[in-house]
Design a binder for this molecule. Sequence first.
Ligand code: ATP
Ligand code: MG
Length: 411
Amino acid sequence: MLYDMLLLRFGEITVKGRNRPRFEHVALKHVKALLRNYPRTEIRREFGRIYIVLNGEPAQAIIESLKNVFGLTSISPVKVAVSRLEDIVAAAVSFVEEASVKEGTTFKVHARRVWKAFPHSSQEMNHLVSKPILNACPQLKVDVHKPELELRVEIREQGTYLYSEVIPGPGGFPRGTNGKAMLLLSGGIDSPVAGWSAMRRGLEIECVHFHSYPFTSKKAEQKVIDLAAVLSKYAGEIKLHLVPFTDIQTSLAQTGQDNLIITLMRRAMLRIATQLAERSGALALVTGDSLGQVASQTLSSMNAIGRATDLPLLRPLVMSDKLDIIALAQQIGTYDLSILPYEDCCTLFVPKSPSTNPNLRILENVERSLTDLPQQIDRAVEETETILIRPGREIKRKSSAEEEVVQSKWF
Ligand code: ATP
Ligand code: MG
């Protein structure tokens, strides 16, 4: 079917009062950025509603890209008819005919006369429109209570809007409307999903990744850049901080505390991420931890690790099952990248039996014995390289010394 407009609905349930216009404004900015790829479209605001006038641009492709707009609760493709009885009836009949409904589908017309000068009431219009539809489509059965197909007919002076489908949007809050957080992005399955969940709650995120170059490869790094590029589809623009972690890892390994090394590494990561967060005004850290998944994610480990930062530590996946996380990773488009086999810095030093119940006092003693550790942490922060990733564009790679351009194959 060739639709004329898309009707967009934003956070109706949760967003009330004075926040509403601000949220709508942010989500609309995101929509407008996506519509740059469809130059004939126009945005129209009418009586608190927002429409995209398609002017011949493809509804389906636009709906697909709108699924990245947080704060959007649903989308309805709309057909427009001239507000005259015979035109409305003709449009309604072809609307239902083109929907090619199965035998026995239940159906109802829900007309609403917004334009009071129109000669027929809403109630009359329900009959005047549904009769010819039933004649043209005898496979339909009327059910006014719970119809499978409900044709909405909104009669306005400038035109009558017909629609039936309500396509769910991603929901949540528009991007950046709930503040900023720093996401610890590994190359795994979980942390990209955690980042997506945080963004869906309206958090702007910056990403931090720890690498052990040259022990970890450039391919592993590109994988993380590509993951951040997928997240940038939702974020609009995303910063990725690449932190050199080799020296710290080597020092921690030299303590001989094999079973505690993962815990010690995580604590060092949190300390660095905290400094980076403070620099960029992020008020929380986000990780992909899920309770009980691995040794470093037992309650006892989380407790020992979490004490290394004063910032709130958000773990969106903490109560999620792995299969649910995998399904979400597939849905948001990070899964296929995440399962690429490149090594992570943490896999370099995987001990035989990582502690599931690390002792905080021992951890603190080991850290104290490493007199260089605070300086190493500061140096890692100083030597961090930051990349700005924008969807659909080349990735500019900024370091203090040079500027390099990295291509992301994802756009
Ligand atoms: P993921 O799938 O996100 O890697 P995981 O189940 O493999 O998670 P861990 O490897 O124990 O779990 O990591 C726990 C969390 O610590 C990750 O979700 C991520 O937020 C953070 N993390 C781990 N390694 C790194 C890294 N190299 N750079 C940045 N963050 C990391
Ligand atoms: Mg991992």
